[in-house]
Design a protein around this ligand. Structure first.
Ligand code: ADP
Length: 277
């Protein structure tokens, strides 16, 4: 059974129906062991994808504050080849960015073939924080779901494998994580009064997430709900979903690599015979 929930296109997501504390019957030790195996396989898959240059990966991470986007990136990417990876974080847009359409700053940094791209927040903020805080009129953000689907389908048609992860934590878990930050000086740098302010809009955010997940989960760019109350399970679930998604591409990447090898060997043989002749 997969550890994440893949949102069926056209279905309506109710986050309350998903247990953020789910661990699929695993304990932490078993989870860590499985994670290590899958992470090693992910390393191999990334190396082959990088060399073959036929596809790229775009992994989008979204979730409420403290849901573990940074931690997930650290754990899942830890063993990958940094040369083939790029992480992009999306903050409050600058004036220059706001003077363009909302996808402009995003499209500029989508991963080229061979690259493993990660978005820490993404264009989904434009139907999340923007919607919750009325930063643009309703008529404007309402159109964005379709625009996002068209954009992601363009990426997919050009070889990008798009996976979108919603890190699902409970309201109580968020409170505990915020309070833990106050209690440890070593963690207090992560604190922000804004996190508590945003927490007051919890229900509006959950509703905005439900709409984004329901309207923008497509066959070529699916959304996955990740039970994220337990950090070790969150990392395992993301890694498993990545590996399961990328594994079927392996034969095509191997074929590309073999073709490249044959072409290089033929080139070398031609060079040698020229020199010898
Ligand atoms: P982190 O991702 O670690 O929380 P920050 O504390 O800098 O990083 O948060 C980034 C902030 O930027 C978030 O509050 C997020 O909602 C905001 N943001 C990102 N994209 C947009 C956007 N398009 N419009 C408005 N705010 C945005």
């Amino acid at each position: 059974m997969p550890y994440t929930h893949r949102v069926t296109p056209g279905s309506h997501v109710k986050l309350k129906d998903h247990d953020a504390g789910e661990t699929a019957g695993l304990d932490k030790a078993a989870g860590h062991a499985r994670f290590a195996e899958l992470n090693a396989e992910l390393d191999t898959l990334q190396e082959e994808m990088y060399a073959a240059g036929r596809n790229s990966v775009l992994m989008i991470l979204q979730g409420m504050d403290t849901s573990g986007k940074d931690g997930a990136i650290r754990a899942v990417m830890a063993n990958l080849n940094p040369q083939g990876c790029r992480v992009e974080s999306f903050k409050v847009p600058t004036e220059h960015e706001l003077a363009h359409d909302f996808l402009w700053r995003v499209h500029r940094v989508t991963p080229e073939l061979g690259m493993f791209g990660v978005f820490n927040r993404s264009h989904y903020e434009d139907v999340l924080v923007v919607r919750v805080h009325d930063l643009v009129p309703r008529d404007v953000w309402k159109q964005r779901y379709e625009q996002i689907n068209a954009f992601e389908s363009l990426l997919a048609a050009n070889g990008t494998i798009v996976l979108k992860f919603f890190l699902h934590i409970s309201r109580k878990e968020q409170e505990e994580r915020l309070l833990a930050r106050e209690q440890e000086l070593g963690k207090a740098w992560k604190l922000s009064a804004g996190d508590w302010r945003e927490r007051e809009h919890w229900d509006a955010y959950q509703e905005a997430y439900e709409d984004a997940l329901s309207r923008c989960s497509t066959d070529v760019a699916p959304w996955y709900v990740v039970p994220a109350n337990r950090k070790w399970f969150r990392n395992l679930a993301i890694t498993e979903t990545l590996v399961e998604t990328l594994r079927p591409y392996r034969p095509s990447w191997k074929q590309a690599l073999e073709e490249m090898s044959r072409a290089r060997l033929a080139e070398l043989a031609a060079y040698r015979s020229q020199r010898g002749g």
